[in-house]
Design a protein around this ligand. Structure first.
Ligand SMILES: Nc1ncnc2c1ncn2[C@@H]1O[C@H](COP(=O)(O)OP(=O)(O)OP(=O)(O)O)[C@@H](O)[C@H]1O
Ligand SMILES: [Mg+2]
Length: 470
């Protein structure tokens, strides 16, 4: 870990600010593709898995062009082959206002909400509505502010003179505007922008024309040119909200505060219908645009048959995002039924999906991934230690090797060596079992661990019964 916790007062401040937690995918910054969507060997934290990365890139390109929605993709492959990593890479490549919603299939099962409601909410969170609004602004340089107080001082009125290079106008001020001007410390010579609808004042900077007026001015004073043309201008502001946010804000029982609490409860279908038709209206008027985003459902085999049939239907709806799912299961039982199918997903849904498969990494790729993770965790590995970890990654699992980086580092620090050496990795390997060794241990200690007693007892029971019969 990069946590350089130090209680030594001489340690620099930088050490303290570096104390951030490092997540499993924090080294991933994108899919690492070039402009032609060809995967680079090592880029943006991504190594190997070229075919799957390119496929993900093609899908992304289609979303960015706004061409597809309501499709579903499955990323299938063995554990720790980068399925979640690829989804994270996709999320980072999407534009800032394209929604990316991440859901783990088991989150759908909650007591507060039905399964279909939480899936519907996830769907609607993944659809953005880009709303365009025109606001009228008054922008100009302040020539003079005059404030008249009544005799008692309780009411204030005033006048504000603003100019552009072409015109000058005097505006009457109410007491609220005067308060705001005083709060923002607006002086003659400042260039300001006033939102006509809300009356909000923002200071854009000082006019160049007044630059020489004062000698003592802070180094951070920003100078701007005095605006030209009309004082009143129109500006288009664009902001993106998700359909789910619109639902919650308009839901009478919840109100927008529920967005912060995260406790939104169920939303009535009638309200959703109303909002859909309102949004359709805005689209026709050219006020809004739909931005279909991505819903990523990890560990999708945890969904049950009801969820799958809901997905089948929901994907065909008009307002559906792109749904990306990931699973590491082979042929397994579909939850809620006694039937088996590939990845635990019903065949009719599978048939509608584009399937991307990931494969196990080879020796060089494993080594590169271990190397990148070590750099991310601020751990210095000597070449032999890196080789050993890579070899472990190949023989046990990539995750196990990555998990050993931090303990090895700790063991090295205890030995007071700055770099992690083979010895430290060996020690870490000794302290922490991989799955295989743990299974071996479980086999050896069979019957001694909790949770097995019942089974063992019943096995003994059967044996006993057989003894009697023979
Ligand atoms: N191609 C890659 N480039 C860089 N890092 C990778 C790559 N593939 C996987 N990793 C890293 O390896 C670790 C395991 O990968 P990940 O969690 O994506 O596996 P997964 O396929 O989702 O496995 P599971 O099926 O168990 O969920 C993560 O820390 C991930 O960031
Ligand atoms: Mg995963």
């Amino acid at each position: 870990m990069a946590a350089n916790i130090s209680i030594n007062p001489s340690s620099s401040i930088r050490d303290v600010t570096k104390m951030e937690r490092i997540g499993a995918h924090s080294h991933i910054h994108g899919l690492g593709l070039d402009a032609n969507l060809e995967p680079r060997a090592s880029s943006q934290g991504m190594i190997g898995q070229g075919k799957a990365r390119k496929a993900a890139g093609v899908i992304l390109r289609m979303i960015q062009d706004g061409r597809i929605a309501g499709r579903s993709i499955l990323i299938a492959g063995p554990p720790s082959t980068g399925k979640t990593a690829i989804a994270m890479g996709m999320a980072q490549t999407l534009g800032a206002d394209v929604p990316f919603v991440m859901l783990t299939a088991s989150e759908v099962f909650s007591l507060e909400m039905s399964k279909t409601e939480s899936l519907t909410q996830a769907f609607r969170r993944a659809i953005g509505v880009r709303i365009k609004e025109e606001t009228e602004l008054i922008e100009g340089e302040v020539v003079e502010i005059q404030v008249d107080r009544s005799v008692t001082g309780s009411t204030k009125t005033g006048r504000l003179t603003l100019k552009t290079t072409d015109m000058e106008t005097v505006y009457d001020l109410g007491s609220k505007m005067i308060d705001q001007l005083q709060k923002e410390k607006v002086l003659a010579g400042d260039v300001v922008s006033i939102d006509k609808a809300s009356g909000r004042i923002s200071k854009l900077g000082r006019s160049y024309g007044r630059a020489k007026d004062y000698d003592a001015m802070g180094a951070d004073t920003r100078f701007v040119a005095c605006p030209d043309g009309e004082l009143q201008t129109r500006k288009e502001v664009v902001h993106t909200v998700s359909l789910h946010e619109i639902d919650v804000i308009n839901s009478r029982t919840q109100g927008f505060l529920a967005l912060f609490a995260g406790d939104t409860g169920e939303i009535k279908p009638e309200l959703r219908d109303q909002i859909n038709s309102k949004v359709a209206e805005w689209r026709e008027e050219g006020k809004a645009e739909i931005v279909p985003g991505v819903l990523f459902i990890d560990e999708v085999h945890m969904l049950d048959i009801e969820c799958f049939s809901f997905l089948n239907r929901a994907l065909e709806g008009e307002l559906a995002p792109l749904v990306v799912m990931a699973s590491n299961r082979g042929i397994t039982r579909i939850r809620g039924t006694k039937y088996k199918s590939p990845h635990g997903i019903p065949v009719d849904l599978l048939d509608r999906m584009l399937i991307i498969s990931t494969r196990k990494y080879d020796a060089t790729e494993t080594k590169e991934i271990v190397k990148i993770r070590a750099e991310e965790e601020d751990v210095k590995l000597v070449p032999d230690a890196l080789d050993l970890l890579a070899q472990m990654g190949l023989q046990t699992s990539l995750r196990y090797a990555l998990n050993l980086i931090a303990p090895s580092q700790l063991l090295a620090t205890r030995r007071k060596t700055p770099n992690v050496e083979v010895e430290d990795v060996r020690m870490a390997y000794k302290y922490f079992c991989d799955v295989e060794r743990s299974a071996q241990y479980a086999k050896e200690t069979s019957g001694m661990m909790f949770g097995e007693e019942e089974l063992v007892a019943s096995v003994n029971g059967v044996n006993a019964a057989m003894d009697i019969s023979t």
